[in-house]
Design a protein around this ligand. Structure first.
Ligand SMILES: C[S@@+](CC[C@H](N)C(=O)[O-])C[C@H]1O[C@@H](n2cnc3c(N)ncnc32)[C@H](O)[C@@H]1O
Length: 275
């Protein structure tokens, strides 16, 4: 890939997703563009750059962002977060609900990828909120249309699901038969609590108004530069109820970022409660 082509691609990706592609990502970008060349039947990255310049409908740009973004995720990733939810966040929120009478417990999985994160959260909320009579809802968003489609379908390969405890699989997943043999699907009782939306976290406002008791924004900030991380953290903080929690990936320290949140423990932040 020529320098000018790499610069064109990285600028375009930055402008539309804020994903920062440093010089060390050149090989990765070239490899991922290979897929788009095959899909568009073009033979060089130069021709592909021309296609991006000439297509005004943004369709190829969406495919480019899909191809460049890293979607790696798995069920109950970073288990200390789920342990903390069960042990601290949920008992505290249930207690507060008794006086504040929130209509629902609202959580947001920002950058939800293929759905493993919001469904892990849904399992945790089901178990923590049963017998409380308190309704709950998870909003899940991502910039990639491809991952959102997979998340909404909620179908996962057996080898992915089999890493969960058997009792969890039995309760929350349906085993596929016929053409779906070898797959599992998340049961409707969980799926009905999760809504998916396309959203670039750095562009405009999310399509929901309610403040959240809990926001997961994990393993996406590593792809942004410091200024973008700061903008995003402050944007998310404004969407939390006072005393609400923001969970970030364990490799994503907010050190050096100006924000109003309190550090509770590594990768767990909280909007200060009203005193
Ligand atoms: C590595 S995955 C993390 C998934 C999940 N949160 C986890 O921790 O397992 C990062 C996700 O961030 C999404 N993403 C990247 N840039 C984004 C942006 N500007 N707005 C929204 N989502 C973005 C990607 O499409 C990808 O699905």
């Amino acid at each position: 890939m020529r320098d000018s082509e790499f610069d064109f691609i990285r600028t375009l990706v930055y402008e539309h997703s804020r994903i920062h592609l440093g010089p060390d990502k050149r090989e990765l970008v070239a490899a991922r563009l290979g897929k788009r060349l095959r899909a568009t039947q073009l033979t060089s990255i130069g021709e592909y750059c021309d296609l991006l310049k000439n297509r005004s409908d943004g369709q190829e740009l969406a495919h480019l962002i899909d191809a460049i973004s890293t979607n790696h995720t798995f069920f109950f990733r970073e288990t200390p977060h789920f342990d903390f939810l069960r042990a601290h966040v949920m008992p505290e929120m249930i207690q507060r609900h008794r006086t504040e009478r929130w209509p629902r417990f609202y959580a947001w999985s920002a950058a939800c990828s293929t759905g493993e994160e919001p469904y892990s959260l849904a399992i945790t909320l089901t178990e923590c909120l049963q017998n409380t009579g308190w309704g709950w809802q998870i909003e899940a968003t991502d910039i990639s249309h491809r991952v959102l489609e997979k998340a909404g379908a909620a179908i996962y390969r057996e080898d992915v699901v089999n890493r969960l405890p058997p009792a969890c699989i039995k309760t929350y997943f349906q085993k596929g038969v016929g053409p779906q043999a070898g797959n599992y699907r998340v049961k409707p009782a969980l799926r009905d609590h999760v809504s998916y939306h396309h959203l670039n976290l750095l562009e405009g406002e999310p399509p929901f108004r309610e403040p959240f008791q809990l926001i997961f924004c994990r393993n996406v900030m590593i792809y942004f530069d410091r200024a973008t991380q700061e903008e995003l953290v402050n944007k998310l903080a404004r969407r939390l109820v006072p005393g609400g929690y923001l969970l970030v990936g364990h490799s994503e320290s907010l050190t050096g970022i100006r924000h109003s949140l309190q550090l509770v423990r590594p990768a767990i932040y909280r909007r200060p409660p009203v005193s």
